[in-house]
Design a protein around this ligand. Structure first.
Ligand code: FES
Length: 171
């Protein structure tokens, strides 16, 4: 499961520290965004003004860069990130149907989050398991020959693990 996001109060301090490690040249904007996401798990929209000021850019310019690249998240990552391969070999073995099933099961579109924020869903393009298509990942675990029924079992297992983890964190 992914790590818990930093407390909101610390986000500003963390952003300031990451900004301080980067120059103000606009060629540093992308490295800064990568560093911030590596540290916090996402690029907080509330920090866009500080980033814009650092680089002497408008907020709209910074927002435009963040939204241009699918890599950057504007919300904390879900505890359970699901990626469904949509490359050719997997498509020939039902990956489009599997992604549609995943969207319905999780209640979110591609590049979306489930309503409770527990799951994110994203298409990816080849996981190196073409001979065992269709493939997907749940966090760092890779699964091959996934049917919709098996997807439901994998999600149930992940949900159960999340519930156990949440209970342990509450102790
Ligand atoms: S095409 Fe899906 S794993 Fe390669």
């Amino acid at each position: 499961m992914n790590a818990q996001p930093a407390p909101a109060a610390a986000v500003g301090d963390i952003t300031a520290a990451v900004l301080a490690r980067h120059g103000t040249g606009q060629d540093q904007l992308l490295p800064l965004l990568h560093a911030l996401q590596d540290t916090l798990g996402y690029v907080p929209p509330g920090q866009v003004p500080a980033i814009a000021q650092h680089f002497n850019l408008s907020r709209a310019e910074v927002h435009g860069v963040i939204t241009f690249y699918h890599h950057f998240r504007s919300a904390p990552p879900a505890r359970c990130a699901v990626q469904v391969c949509q490359a050719e070999a997997c498509r020939s073995m039902g990956a489009e149907r599997l992604l549609a099933h995943a969207q319905e099961a999780l209640g979110c579109g591609p590049h979306g989050h489930s309503a409770d924020g527990a799951f994110s869903l994203a298409p990816v393009y080849c996981l190196g398991l073409c001979a065992s298509a269709p493939a997907l990942t749940i966090n760092d675990a890779v699964f091959a020959r996934v049917t919709p029924a098996r997807f439901d079992r994998l999600v149930a297992d992940a949900t159960s693990t999340q519930a156990t983890q949440a209970a342990m964190e509450a102790v």
